[in-house]
Design a protein around this ligand. Structure first.
Ligand code: FMN
Length: 139
């Protein structure tokens, strides 16, 4: 929509690549949940829309996660929202719940960001990414 989550995804990707992780950014609209079977690490960055909904373009993926099982995956969820709304960043929690139910392991506590990631948020995202890496390396 306005690029805040794209920026978040780039920050996480930069940190992963710094740690020599082979990384790919994909738009949720064009991702099939089956592809997650081939991954070691999944990071979801999602904004929140009307009344706490996941974005329209992410809905198919979100629903497909209900039936999915990823016992070997380590994941983290982050995203931007706006505290103007009552359900601040609830899509982050929704994706977290869905992924948790797949049997995947949460590698880091979710990070919720007010709109565009400022310096302090960049620090939080770097920590988040390193926590995920540490968790994945324990496998
Ligand atoms: C119509 C509309 C509804 C929104 N609803 C919510 C909401 O319920 N909760 C929330 O935290 N943010 C809400 N937002 C704010 C967006 O999640 C926020 O602007 C986000 O940073 C956009 O991310 P993007 O730049 O990646 O598109 C809403 C924004 C719009 C335009």
């Amino acid at each position: 929509m306005t690029g805040n989550d794209e920026e978040i995804a780039k920050i996480v990707t930069r940190e992963l690549e710094k740690n020599k992780v082979d990384t790919q950014i994909q738009e949720m609209e064009f991702v099939d949940a089956d592809e997650f079977n081939d991954l070691d690490i999944l990071v979801v960055a999602s904004y929140t829309y009307d009344d706490g909904e996941v974005p329209d373009g992410a809905m198919d993926l979100y629903e497909d996660l209900t039936e999915a099982k990823f016992p070997n995956l380590v994941y983290g969820v982050c995203g931007s929202g706006d505290t103007f709304y009552e359900d601040f960043c609830s899509a982050v929690d929704n994706f977290g719940d869905k992924l948790s139910n797949t049997g995947a392991r949460e590698g880091a506590k979710s990070v919720k960001i007010e709109l565009f990631p400022e310096d302090k948020d960049v620090e939080r995202l770097i920590q988040f990414t390193n926590d995920i890496l540490a968790s994945a390396n324990r496998n």
